[in-house]
Design a protein around this ligand. Structure first.
Ligand code: GLY
Length: 340
């Protein structure tokens, strides 16, 4: 199945097909120098399968984890591009999850003022969300995605067979982003999480999420308004995530927690069992003052508060500004002063 993403000259196709990686050359222009970027948590066979289809390939394997999304890795990729003798007509391909996609996309945006890049997302999280839409970035000094650029991929290949090697916790982590999109836009699809085993409906959930994301990005590529809805759960989620060294939570797990205080009581009572069934956390021990401090540092903050998304009715959302005090009160009324 082909899902076209219409962005004028930056339009591209999202190919969603089981086994598509083996046929990537049909969808991506690989008869040139191709820098393939992956990480050591991704089966090496995926990058190798792609390399076989390129005229000339160099594979760079980075250490897995968010701490790799940094300036040193960016410099490493840019040096690899120079040493490989790449020119403006060559391209980079990310084979991995959100970290690999964000970093590779940003390196592609910087090298020679922008070269082509493609995404082969290998996690649920990157297949439903981060691989499309052109947000590329690295982190700096504890600020997530603070240095980056909008640089659309030339194509995205969503091969759900690549998910079969993922540990269950990683699957649930990605499904949190799908829950986010369906809860805001599609109550019927959200009810799949309530009434059925989501693992038996993965392709349907991924496709539905991709179509929502495509519609949002087509209407608001640079996040001037509508696209902010995709930050549902992320304001508090990023605050909780900034404490990940002590709480050990993954991004999607933090988003799951971050959504709960932003829902009305009836929506929260539907969301809680969905998260619990997925094995996602529903209680948060992070101290409110520390979470709020991290939120205040978040790049979305402006003087008079933060932009937040609220879901008062499943399938719809409200965008509004909220003071830090209001946000703190919501957090406390959902999780308590300190639940540890
Ligand atoms: N992951 C949020 C966005 O792409 O805007």
């Amino acid at each position: 199945m082909i899902i076209p993403l219409q962005l004028g000259p930056d339009s591209y196709e999202i190919v969603m097909e089981r086994g598509a990686l083996a046929d990537a050359g049909r969808w991506f222009r690989l008869r040139r120098k191709v820098l393939i970027v992956t990480d050591d948590g991704v089966p090496r066979a995926y990058a190798d399968a792609l390399a076989e289809q390129c005229a000339e390939a160099r594979v760079v394997c980075l250490p897995q984890g968010e701490s790799t999304k940094c300036f040193d890795s960016l410099i490493r990729l840019l040096r690899e591009m120079v040493e490989f003798g790449m020119s403006r007509g060559d391209c980079a391909v990310a084979v991995g999850g959100g970290m690999v996609g964000d970093l590779t996309g940003f390196a592609a945006a910087c090298f020679m003022r922008g070269i082509d890049f493609y995404n082969v997302p290998t996690t649920v999280l990157s297949q439903v969300d981060s691989s499309i839409g052109g947000k590329t970035a690295i982190d700096l000094d504890g600020f997530k995605n603070i240095v980056g650029a909008f640089h659309q991929p030339r194509g995205v290949l969503v091969d759900t067979e690549l998910l079969l090697t993922l540990p269950p916790r990683q699957v649930a982590n990605g499904l949190a982003e799908a829950v986010k999109m369906l809860l805001c836009f599609d109550e019927k699809a959200f009810s799949l999480f309530e009434q059925a085993d989501p693992l038996e409906h993965m392709d349907e959930i991924i496709e539905r999420s991709l179509r929502i994301k495509k519609d949002v990005v087509e209407q608001d590529e640079k996040e001037q308004g509508l696209r902010r809805v995709l930050n549902f759960g992320h304001t508090l989620g990023h605050g909780i995530e900034s404490l990940h060294e002590e709480n050990g939570l993954y991004h999607g797990e933090c988003v799951a927690l971050g959504m709960l205080p932003m829902c009305s009581e009836p929506v929260r009572s539907r969301l809680l069992p969905v998260l619990e069934r997925l094995g996602l956390p529903t209680r948060c021990a992070a101290e409110p003052s520390r979470v709020m401090r991290a939120v205040a540092h978040d790049k979305k903050r402006t003087e008079d508060g933060v932009n937040v998304i609220l879901v008062e009715q499943a399938g719809t959302y409200i965008q509004r500004r909220m003071t830090m005090e209001e946000l703190r009160e919501r957090y406390i009324s959902c999780f308590g002063e300190r639940t540890k």
